[in-house]
Each structure stands twice: as C-alpha cells, then as structure tokens.
Write a protein that binds this ligand. Structure first.
Ligand code: 5AD
Ligand code: SF4
Length: 467
C-alpha cells in the first residue's frame, strides 16, 4: 500500500475565454490525484496557477500585476516546510515563455495551453528545485489523450472539441499562441459528453477558437464529421437537453450547420458569431475572408430557419486606418442586424501580428470615443431585447443558488441569467418560467410549472428592435 497523499491547496485564477475556463477545470482534474484540492485563497495555497490570456495588452498586463502580489505571498512562505509554487499557464505563457521568466524570475512553472496535462511532471521537476521549468511545446500527441475523464460540477459544462486557428486575422495572436486548427475525434467527444450527462449535466457548450471549423474524424482514419453532424449525434444522447457552441467564424457557417439551427430542438437559439466590423474595407484589412453582405445573408438564413435566434458578436473599433465612415458602417450593421448581446474592444496592437506594424495606428481618444458610441448602441439593443422578454414564458435551466435567500438562478434559451424564487431542489431541472421583471443584466422569473416549455417562435429581438 502506498503512503497517503498529503492534501495540498490549489488556487487557479482564469483570465480570458471559455477555452481557458475549460482548461482550468481540466488542470484541477489532472492535479486531484496528487492531492491538490481547489480553494479560493491564493495566500494559503501550495500551488497557484494563473491561466492567462494574451488577446489584448490589458489582459496580458493584468497577469504581471497579479504576479507582483503573489510574489509577496511566496516570499512569506520561503524557508518553511510548505513553500508556494507559482505556475503561469495559457497564452501569455505560450507567447512570452523565457521573457516571462526574465520579467518574473520567481515563477516556478511556465506551461503553454497544449501541455497542461504535463503539469504533474512539471511540478515534480519544480519541487526538485533546479530552477524554473518551461514547457511551451506543441506536442504531436494531444493533451486530450492524457487528461482524465471530466468531473462534472453542476448541470452545465463546457466541452472542448477544437483548438487553434488557421484564419490569421491580422489583429489576432491566437494562431500563434494556440497553434493550427485541431479537431478532437468525434467518438472521444461523444464519450466525454456521455460521461458528463451521466454525472448530471443537462447543457453542454462545445468549445473551440473556431468551433464551426470542426472536422473531427469519428475514429482515426475515417472521413471527418462536420460540427452539424456532431451536434446531430450529441442530440441523440438521452438527458442532454441543451447544446450550444462557441466561438464561430462566419466563413465556416456551413449549410448543414445553418440547417441544424432549424431542425435540432436541443440546439439553443443563441449564437455568438463575431463580425468584428461592418466595413468591407476594414474586414479586408483584417483578413476576415467575409464581407458585410455575406454576414447579413448568413444571419437572414439562420433566422428564416429559427426565427427566435438571438445573436451575439465581437466588435473591434479603431483598427488601424479605420475612418469615421468605416466606423459608421459598423454602427449601421449593428442597427440592421440587432444583437441581443455583444463584446466590444478597442483595437490593441499585439506584437508579431501584421496589423501591429500598420503605419496608421489611431489615437487612443478616437478609439475611446468610438467604443463608447458603439457600446451605447449595443446596450440599447440588449436592454430592448431583455424588455421584450417581459411577460414571455421560457424554459429555464436552473443551475445554482442566487445571491438572496430563497433565490435560484439559471439560464434562458437565449443565455440570459434568470432568477426565480424556489427551493434548491429545482437546481438541475428545466422549469417553465414567466419573466416578470428586469434587472441590469438579468431577468426575474416566476415558475409557472416544472414541465418543459416550448421554445418561442418569434424572437423577442425582432419585436424589440426591428418592428
Ligand atoms: N485588439 C482588440 N480586440 C481583439 N480581439 C482579438 N484580438 C484583438 C486585438 N488585437 C477580440 C476580437 C475577438 C475577441 C475574442 O477578442 O473581437 O473576436
Ligand atoms: Fe483570432 Fe481570427 Fe482566428 Fe478568431 S478567427 S481566433 S479572431 S485569427
């Protein structure tokens, strides 16, 4: 019999996208057999992992300020029999590697997004005390082959099915930090989904940097499946009531995927489909590979098959060379399409990307003014979308307790947070709720019955914005 493993405390802070949220959960899974238990106090932890994001300068800089704070905690523990290890994972680790260690030499482990499964081995090497350990390889075998089955925590889960990107938008670091497009085999995805459902998951969000470019072979050597085919197969799993996917590229909105939105009832009527800009000139300079008109046509086709589809997007303002006219084209596209939700950013020059070398970088004030105009239009649309939900009845998947006593919280089909007054035995169920109030970013609902409701056939948005 082996010695009992001493329980150790693990703190993971996650920055950036949902892929990082998934990776953080899997890091916790891979470390559990070593005795690491999650806790929320970095100062009391034996291992602190920062799972980082490099997409914009601000995101990367946040990591260094957090490291400054952690350094003090680490110094307090130096020389005790429970020293602290600090690991930097994710895209800053991948992009900066040695430079990160030069700037923060007290970091023990630097591990890129493709090799998180090697953390146990990296920790063992760091504990041997021969200096910092760095692993930013893109190994031929994938981390997915080495990770233990996921431990579900709650009725919703992320499932990573695709990583990397071959699109090379001229502003974006992802193709450099996450590498080329890779799709997991469909049989591995289906097996992971079944494990999640057996453990109580009712909603799965399929993840990928370019998730709709998915082309996983069902098993090795057979012809690849599209995302639509995978969704159709997942929809057959008994007990899996809701399927979502993110993030998509307009170029990969294949016909069968558009059809799936009309024909697969468990595919939720909410789609994050980033357009970035409404100006053809800027889309071209961004190397997006689609025009404003192609985007509009995709949206029209999606909505003709699924009228209650709610759309979300990412926008970048102040891309190098963007004129007032280009910016108004974006505002105009937003007014035409109508978004239920969106993320918007000032262009941030990222070292090594083509747009960073563009001679016509815009002043910060111009970017700020455009961002605030754009965000006020988007907020107006989101408010109108939410307001149009008042009096509607939705199926709401209840996922946990709310902030107030007796309050439970969940998600509408359109991904809005919904609060209801109920006892905690509703968690994990889908109830039919009537929307009776509006919060800033959430809806207040009242449970009408516990039977599953039908989906809306008219989009709250079409009534809110377009009519
Ligand atoms: N500057 C600003 N925003 C960016 N994004 C990606 N790269 C940059 C950048 N250099 C935004 C895009 C993308 C989202 C995840 O982040 O809108 O869709
Ligand atoms: Fe970045 Fe463009 Fe790839 Fe999205 S599609 S990850 S924005 S390069």
């Amino acid at each position: 019999m082996g010695l009992p493993i001493r329980s150790k405390k693990l703190f993971i802070k996650t920055y950036g996208c949902q892929m990082n949220v998934y990776d953080s959960a899997r890091m916790a899974d891979v470390l559990a057999p070593l005795g690491y238990e999650m806790n929320d106090d970095p100062q009391a932890s034996d291992l602190v992992v920062l799972n980082t994001c490099h997409i914009r300068e601000k995101a990367a800089e946040k990591v260094y300020s957090e490291l400054g704070r952690l350094r003090r905690f680490k110094e307090q523990r130096a020389g005790t029999d429970t020293p602290m290890l600090i690991a930097v994972a994710g895209c800053v680790a991948q992009a900066e590697g040695d430079a990160l260690l030069a700037r923060a030499p007290f970091v023990d482990i630097v591990v890129g997004p493709q090799t998180t499964h090697r953390l146990p081995e990296l920790i063992a090497r760091a504990n041997r005390g021969a200096g910092a350990v760095l692993n930013t390889d893109f190994p031929a075998d994938t981390k997915f082959d080495h990770l233990p089955p996921p431990r579900a925590a709650g009725p919703t889960a992320f499932l990573s099915i695709q990583e990397g990107c071959d699109k090379f938008c001229t502003f974006c670091v992802v193709p450099y930090t996450r590498g080329v497009e890779y799709s997991r085999p469909a049989n591995a995805v289906i097996a992971e989904a079944k494990v999640l459902v057996t453990n109580g998951v009712r909603e799965i969000t399929l993840l990928g940097q370019n998730v709709n470019a998915y082309h996983g072979e069902p098993k090795s050597g057979s012809s690849p499946w599209s995302l639509a085919r995978l969704i159709n197969a997942l929809a057959e799993i008994d007990g899996l009531d809701r399927i979502r996917y993110t993030t998509s590229h307009p170029r990969d909105m294949a016909d069968d995927l558009i059809d799936a939105h009309a024909t697969v009832p468990s595919l939720m009527p909410y789609l994050h489909l980033p357009v970035q800009s409404g100006s053809d000139r800027i889309l071209e300079a961004m190397n997006r590979g689609h025009s404003r008109d192609t985007y509009r046509k995709i949206v029209d086709r999606l909505r003709s098959g699924r009228p209650d589809l709610a759309l979300s997007s990412d926008f970048i303002v102040g891309f190098p060379g963007e004129t007032d006219g280009d910016f108004y084209a974006t505002m105009d596209l937003i007014a035409e399409v109508g978004f239920a939700q969106a993320y918007s950013f000032k262009y941030s020059a990222r070292p090594g990307t083509p747009a960073a070398d563009h001679p016509n970088q815009l002043p910060e004030e111009v970017k700020s003014a455009r961002l605030s105009a754009l965000q006020s239009l988007l907020t107006q649309q989101q408010t109108a979308f939410n307001a149009a939900c008042l009096g509607q009845q939705f199926p709401v998947l209840l996922t946990g307790t709310g902030r107030h006593a007796g309050q439970m919280t969940g998600r509408s089909p359109y991904l809005q947070p919904v609060h209801v007054n109920a006892s905690s035995d509703v968690i994990g169920t889908i109830v039919n709720a009537e929307i009776i109030g509006l919060g800033t970013n959430s809806l207040a609902g009242e449970i009408v019955d516990r039977a599953r409701a039908t989906h809306l056939t008219t989009s709250p948005l079409s009534r809110a914005v377009q009519h």
